[in-house]
Design a protein around this ligand. Sequence first.
Ligand SMILES: [Zn+2]
Length: 402
Amino acid sequence: MTSGDKAQPLLLTNVKPIAFGDGTTDATTDILIGADGKIAAIGSSLAAPSDALRVDGKGAWISPGWVDLHVHIWHGGTDISIRPSECGAERGVTTLVDAGSAGEANFHGFREYIIEPSRERIKAFLNLGSIGLVACNRVAELRDIRDIDLDRILECYAENSEHIVGIKVRASHVITGSWGVTPVKLGKKIAKILKVPMMVHVGEPPALYDEVLEILGPGDVVTHCFNGKAGSSIMEDEDLFQLADRCASEGIRLDIGHGGASFSFKVAEAAIARGLLPFSISTDLHGHSMNFPVWDLATTMSKLLSVGMPFDKVVNAVTHAPASVIKLSMENRLSVGERADFTIFDMIDADLEATDSNGDVSRLQRLFEPRYAVIGSEAITASRYIPRARRLVRHSHGLSWR
Ligand SMILES: [Zn+2]
C-alpha cells in the first residue's frame, strides 16, 4: 500500500507497541501520521482526516523499524549484491547497512545510484580494500598493502561521513591469503583515526577469530560470530569461547551475519544455552545467500528464536542494538512530532523447515511475519521472502547449489 504521488495522512489502528522503552503491554493503540511523515497523535479510537489512508493492524506488534546491520546492496557495482528493495521495506526492514560492498574507489557510485534513490535508510561500512566486493571472492580486495590507500579512505570518509558508519575488513584467507591479521590492524588504525567502529568478518583462518578479538575494542563488531567453520567456531575451542564471552561483556558486538556460509544452529544453540547471546541479528543477504539458506531478516530472527533467544531480545537485536552501532537514535520513536519509522509484524505458528549455513535443518515453530514497513506517511506491505527453487549451477570449480 502506498500513498501515490501526493502524500496523505496515515492512520494505523489496532497495533501493539513493543521495544519503545516503556515495557510491553498487551494494549493496542492507534497512531496517526501526518502527510509530512511525522506522528500527529497516539491513542485509542483516534479520529483521522477524511483523506487519511487507514491500515488496520489487527492486533499486530509495532516496533521501531527493523535494522539489518549486514547486507550487500551495491547492485550493479558488485557481482554479489542484491537490490535494496529485495531486502528492505517489503521484508519489514526500514534501515539497511551495507557491510563493505563499496570501497573508496567506487563509493561515489554506491551513494548516487543506491543510497540516494532508495526509500529505505541506507548506511555503509566502507571496505578497507579500495575496490570493495566488485568481483567478490574472485578478485580479492585485500591481497596485500597495494590494495589499501589510507589517504583516499580518509578523503572518501570526509566526503561521505553522513553515509559511512564504519570500516569493514574481511579477515579470512579466501581474501587475505597468508597476510594474516595485518589488514585488521590497519583497519583498526583507520577506524580509530575516524572515530568510527570497525566491523570484521571472521571466517577461514588466518586471521584467527582469537587474534581479531584481541585487536577490537568496545563498539567494534565481529560479524559471523556463530559460524560453524573449522578453526573459527567458538564451540570447538573453550579458550576462544571464554575470550568471546569476555569481549562481549566488555562491549565488542557479536553480530550474526548469517550469509551463505556463516551461521550454525549448533553453535548458536550451545552459545545461547551458556548465556552468550548475539548483540545484533543480521542476514548477510547477497545474491548467493538469499535463496539458500537465508531468505530474509524475519526468518533469521525466527531461527534465533528457535535456538533459545528470548522474543524481546530478538526484537532488540534488530532495533536498539544495531541502531546503536550506526548512531541511529531510538529515543522517543513513539512520540508526537517524531518521524514515523516502524515495522508492523505478527508472530505466527508454523512448522517450517529451515537450514543453516552448514546444511543442518531445524523446524521453526514460531515465525516473525512482517506485515508493513512504515516510512513516514507511507505504509508498505511486507511479508517474508518465499525462496525460489534451488538450482544446481555449473561453474569452473564444479557444481554448486544456488
Ligand atoms: Zn557480508
